[in-house]
Design a protein. Sequence first.
Length: 119
Amino acid sequence: MRKKNEKLMFAIAGGALMTASVVPMVAYLSRKKEEQQTGVGMLLGAVAGLTAGILLAYEPERRARRRVVVDQMFDDDTAAVANRRINGVLNRTEERAAKPESLRREIDVDEDATVDDFM
């Protein structure tokens, strides 16, 4: 359900941006036709907005394709092989990875010990 909502939101945002970009483009073209003073910035802004709207509307499709490519690149078997190779290069075994060595050493303390004994 979330993916449908996300896809719908991207489509709405992209469509709104494209629609908003058409207005300055039409205004630029009508001013140009009537030979009034026109600003190139208006046309550039409209083209940029139109391009951004198209890219925004296409974003869910791009994400879906990327997911398919990643899923095709790594299945469970290749991921297991990659993990074994990485562990081999790092000289780690499953036993060592499960129990990291403690960097602390334990000191036996008896009742007669004082702070000076440890200095």
